[in-house]
Design a protein around this ligand. Structure first.
Ligand code: ZN
Length: 452
């Protein structure tokens, strides 16, 4: 197959080459799931190969190895001086392979500093590129120790607009009170959350939501623990919906059968905990059910992202029962990634005091704030108590700011004796480089402040 790069892929390629020209040696390239990272860097590996360079294309999971090899085969890229393999294998025995000029790491968010250092020490002249959709580890830590610059390509939002990812509708009916959820390590306590979610009423609500919003759609259901996932699958089955649980211990043959049955629509719902680390070629799904509250934006993005693979006529449905949107926003919200600092927590409120993501109280449709009626059901959207409080506060601050400005105007080129009140005295001190303490002293002496 001929290799044809999309416009945004060409842009990313240009940016990567430019980074090398500018003296960087280890750029981290950020592209969302579905943007075709592997294809793009297979192309780049091929270009290097044609120049006689040796390229290592390394992946972190065995399942990705097969997929990567398939990509190279699909585009008839010969593997002459390109070596595709597992990170661990190459890092432990680099002497078994020809010295690389160029190393490409897929799923760079799994990068371990120690492995990296080993390879960098051994091949200080090699160029290295890391690829990822979420440039931080699952615990949120940045990757700046490993990479020296970051290249952020097209966004999820633009990919949806251009039709490379499917549109989606996001509903977030809450099914349990998770407000008391404790943290364990860098994320929520999985045991506690699965306990809260393993209740009869919760199962009922989850299944009812599935019937209401996504009935019959091929669905991946993310649970909090293996026990939770098994129980959820059982509850679906009791309601006549064919659901299956699987995890890392499910034998490979059985897993393949499950995937095949899912593709053939014999199975509707795949319940799992950690599909991402179980790591297999996830079949296309039209709906995601989120039953695993997480603090990890990377995890949240990867989970919901599974439903966004484009299909003709597809609008994915995301059912967030654990409020992940309140912590990470919607799947196509922008994120300010950084190599040096942890991802900043999402701003729950806009600068005007309104919610940045809003939920319809009637149908639970969840959307970027703005419209005054729910885009899904037309219910009028009223401001929440917190929003009204915010708006009042912002208004009050504006009034104060105006007062300060007026005072500053009033005392310009005047002496402190000419000030009429405390605000003017404070404005005068600011303009004349005097400390606020002096202003209070004068104000008190002149009777503008009465001590309590
Ligand atoms: Zn609505």
């Amino acid at each position: 197959m001929n290799m044809h790069l999309r416009e945004y892929q060409k842009d990313t390629l240009t940016d990567t080459r430019q980074a090398f020209k500018n003296g960087f040696k280890r750029p981290l390239v950020v592209l969302p799931c579905g943007a075709g990272k592997t294809v793009l860097f297979a192309y780049m590996a091929d270009r290097s190969q044609r120049k006689g360079k040796t390229v290592w294309f390394l992946v972190h999971r065995r399942e990705l190895l097969d997929q990567t090899i398939k990509t190279f085969e699909k585009f008839d890229i010969p593997l002459k001086t390109i070596h595709i393999g597992m990170v661990a294998t190459y890092a432990n025995h680099p002497e078994h392979y020809p010295k690389p000029d160029f190393i490409i790491f897929d799923e760079a968010h799994f990068s371990m500093a120690a492995t990296w250092q080993k390879l960098i020490d051994r091949f200080p002249d090699a160029y290295i590129v890391g690829l990822t959709a979420t440039p931080c580890r699952l615990d949120g830590r940045p990757l700046g120790k490993i990479y020296d610059t970051m290249i952020v390509g097209i966004s999820t939002h633009e990919l949806i607009q251009q039709g490379y990812l499917s549109k989606y509708r996001y509903f977030a009916p809450s099914v349990a009170d998770l407000s008391q959820l404790k943290r364990k390590g860098s994320d929520f306590d999985a045991e506690q959350s699965s306990e809260l979610l393993m209740q009869r009423a919760v199962y009922g609500d989850v299944i009812e939501s599935y019937r209401k919003y996504a009935d019959g759609l091929q669905t991946i259901c993310y649970c909090s623990s293996i026990k939770h996932s098994q129980a959820m699958a059982e509850e679906f089955q009791k309601s006549g919906i064919n659901a299956v649980h699987f995890d890392g211990n499910t034998p490979k043959a059985e897993r393949s059968q499950i995937v095949q049955d899912f593709r053939d629509k014999k199975i509707q719902v795949l319940c799992n905990v950690d599909l991402i680390s179980v790591g297999f070629d996830v079949p296309d799904c039209w709906c995601c059910i989120l039953l695993r509250p997480t603090m990890s934006t990377a995890l949240a993005i990867q989970q919901a992202g599974r439903a966004l693979r484009p299909q003709p006529g597809k609008t994915a449905i995301i059912l967030d029962h654990v409020g992940n949107y309140t912590r990470h926003g919607l799947p196509d919200d922008p994120h300010e990634w950084s190599l040096d600092s942890k991802l900043k927590p999402m701003q729950q409120y806009n600068s005007d005091g309104t919610l940045s993501v809003r939920q319809c109280p009637e149908c639970y449709f969840t959307f970027p704030s703005g419209p005054s009626v729910c885009p899904n059901c037309g219910t009028e959207i009223t401001k929440t108590r917190e929003e009204i409080k915010n708006i009042k506060k912002i208004h009050l601050e504006e009034v104060k700011k105006n007062r300060r400005q007026k005072a500053a105007e009033a005392v310009k080129n005047k002496s402190i004796e000419e000030c009429h009140n405390l605000s003017e005295i404070m404005a005068w001190c600011k303009q004349n480089g005097r400390k606020p303490g002096y202003g209070y002293y004068v104000a008190k002496a002149r009777g503008f402040i009465h001590s309590a």
